[in-house]
Design a protein around this ligand. Structure first.
Ligand code: FES
Length: 123
């Protein structure tokens, strides 16, 4: 079972309905999306050529990449279009809202690696 460190990100009203925003956390750039009834989060790099998914168009529980229109499922991180022959997928992150604040779950191993890099850079 994955353990998470929960990180407060932003006010829940700071991301407009059916839009995404990129956030930098623990050496990662993560795309957070407001679907109205929930927020979903995936790595902000399209599996095709790294396009910024936070700038894409939200369609249902998916986002269409702004560069070449690949469609990525936000619940699974999997490529929905083009599906044929594409086994790439993105990391997804749990999100909850606490008292109007978006809180993102980061796997503990990511947090530890980022902290070690940070300590190494400061030395
Ligand atoms: S970089 Fe996203 S579809 Fe090409």
């Amino acid at each position: 079972m994955t353990e998470y460190r929960w990180v407060r990100i932003a006010s829940s009203d700071s991301i407009p309905l059916r839009e995404g925003r990129a956030v930098h956390v623990a050496d990662r750039e993560i795309a957070l999306f407001n679907l109205g009834d929930r927020f979903l989060a995936v790595d902000n790099a399209c599996p095709h050529r790294g396009g910024p998914l936070a700038d894409g168009i939200v369609a249902g529980a998916s986002v269409v990449c702004p560069l070449h229109a690949w469609k990525i499922g936000l619940e699974t991180g999997s490529v929905e279009r083009p599906a044929a022959g594409c086994s790439s997928s993105l990391a997804t992150y749990p999100v909850r809202v606490e008292g109007g604040t978006i809180v993102l779950g980061l796997p503990i191993d990511l947090v530890v690696v980022a902290a070690q890099r940070s300590e190494g850079a400061a030395a």
